[in-house]
Design a protein around this ligand. Structure first.
Ligand code: ATP
Length: 483
């Protein structure tokens, strides 16, 4: 993992936030290549889930055809949203402090390895630590709106993008003529005051989510849950994550949120975890009608019979009042009115990006110009995700080669491809620079180009080199990128 973190900094994927001031714990910045990579992760997700989705065709495994639309809601919402969603009362972790070492831990994340030299890692009675009683700690970040700054002006930065979708459910139904079943998709920043941010970007305080709320008829919700669970798992496999490092884990009954009929996590064997341990990339939850009902009626809780009902204070008043608006759905074919059930595939863009980085990292040996074996670091990103798609090199800086290379570079740029031009250093070193950032294809313009009108295309993974006509370069790269 240390090598991956070092590469991320050296080649401009990920930087510590505010590094020149010593850093801000739990916050990260993406450098030029990281920005391209993460943008590709988001764009590929949005394209696969929304833009390229054909609502006229029934995808394999889906119970029926369905529609998918996008939404972009704001980060700060009405405080009542969080009271009704349950986040205000329930979105907390249990926190313990150590009297001796002053370390602060999530109660379920107390490190198991005693380490007296590193106070932040010492644990329990092993090392003389004395832990406080666990205390609740709400993970929502507070902010103040307006000039007065009183408690009445307090608001929260959203801890998930999902609630923006639920409160807009009626707006989307009324404005876009979508019919059930359909999904609303949103990509955006979320904030959580994590007690112990750690493991690089895996647990950050500011991060980005890619969430789908899929609305369906209650009688079909189990089938849709299974569909989304499998489809989302395959999405990672199709982008190059290997099955050996990716699991689909169904939650045990006692792990389920009180409203959930079923939840599964897609988890990845990150290299910073112990063997056999996995970290969550995405959760797929069957949420029943909990969210829409909460925003209609108010905060819900389970009664003695296990049914959801409005939670009330001791004097019988609703604990948190809902909007009172009707968020049910009317099916004009069956003439039925009901509150839809929701399946929620909720993915982290930063965790996904980190998994793609970890998966891509490879070391091998390649001969240099003199035939001596050299260690090569190669990032085997899926071509759709690679931050740079193609690099263009003139073999030498004379005989018209740079001019031809610049012309090809210009054509690739005009086609909207992320491309780099490099004429510095020996050709082998230029290849290695591109391998280290995961560029799938390199084009070399050499002495023969002027005669035969061809350039050499070299494949990052197979290392195969072929001659292709200059006139076909853009088409060839675009075809190869589609896979
Ligand atoms: P964890 O148990 O790891 O704290 P969670 O179950 O609370 O995660 P969800 O509320 O299901 O996470 O959020 C959906 C997705 O958002 C997660 O699968 C993850 O990819 C991402 N996510 C959640 N918290 C963080 C975080 N602190 N940093 C980066 N990504 C996060």
């Amino acid at each position: 993992m240390d090598k991956i973190v070092a590469l991320c900094k050296r080649r401009g994927f990920i930087f510590q936030n505010s590094e020149i001031y010593g850093g801000q714990n739990g916050f990260w910045d993406y450098g030029p290549l990281g920005t391209e990579l993460k943008r590709n992760v988001r764009d590929v997700w949005y394209r696969d889930m929304v833009s390229a989705h054909n609502e006229l065709l029934q995808p394999a495994g889906a119970p029926s055809t369905f529609q998918m639309v996008g939404l972009e809601s704001s980060i700060i919402m009405h405080p009542q949203v969080w009271k009704c969603s349950g986040h205000y009362d329930l979105f907390h972790d249990m926190m313990v402090d150590c009297h001796a070492c002053k370390g602060r831990f999530r109660q379920d994340h107390i490190p198991s390895t005693p380490c007296p030299q590193k106070p932040s890692k010492c644990v329990g009675e092993h090392t003389g630590c004395r832990l406080t009683e666990p205390r609740e700690f709400n993970l929502m970040m507070k902010t103040i709106i307006g000039a007065l700054g009183t408690d009445d002006d307090a608001a929260f930065l959203r801890p998930e993008t999902a609630q923006g979708i639920f409160v807009n459910f009626k707006n989307v139904v009324d404005s876009s003529r979508v019919k059930l079943p359909f999904g609303i998709c949103q990509v955006g920043k979320s904030f959580r005051n994590e007690i112990t941010p750690r493991n690089f970007t895996f647990r950050s305080r500011e991060f980005e989510q890619m969430e789908i709320e899929f609305f369906c008829h209650p009688s079909q919700s189990r089938e849709w849950y299974t569909y989304w669970r499998d489809r989302r798992y395959n999405w990672y496999l199709n982008l190059g994550i290997t099955r050996e490092r990716l699991i689909l884990r169904d939650h045990h009954q006692d792990e389920l949120a009180h409203y959930s009929v079923g939840t599964a996590d897609i988890e990845y064997a990150f290299p910073f975890l112990d063997a056999g341990e996995y970290g969550e990339l995405e959760g797929i939850a069957h949420r029943g009608d909990f969210d829409l009902r909460s925003h209609m009626e108010g905060k819900l809780a389970k009664n003695a019979a296990g049914q959801l009902e409005l939670e009330r204070t001791a004097d019988g008043q609703p604990k948190h009042r809902g909007s009172g608006k009707d968020l049910s759905y009317f099916d004009d074919q069956t003439r039925e009115r009901f509150t839809p059930h929701v399946i929620e595939p909720s993915a982290g863009a930063d965790r996904g990006t980190l998994a793609f980085i970890c998966e891509a990292y490879h070391e091998d040996q390649q001969p240099d110009e003199n035939g001596a074996m050299q260690e090569r670091v190669v990032m085997r990103f899926h071509p759709r995700l690679a931050p740079v798609k193609v690099a263009v090199f003139p073999l030498i800086k004379k005989d018209g080669m740079p001019e031809k290379a610049m012309e090809i570079y210009g054509e690739l740029k005009a086609a909207g491809l992320s491309v780099q031009y490099d004429q510095q250093a020996a050709i082998g070193r230029r290849y290695r620079r591109q391998d280290e950032i995961g560029t799938p294809y390199c084009l070399t313009i050499d002495g023969d180009t002027a005669k035969d009108g061809c350039v050499t295309i070299r494949d990052r993974d197979t290392l195969q080199q072929e001659r292709i006509p200059v006139s076909k370069v853009v088409d060839e790269i675009q075809t190869r990128l589609k896979g």
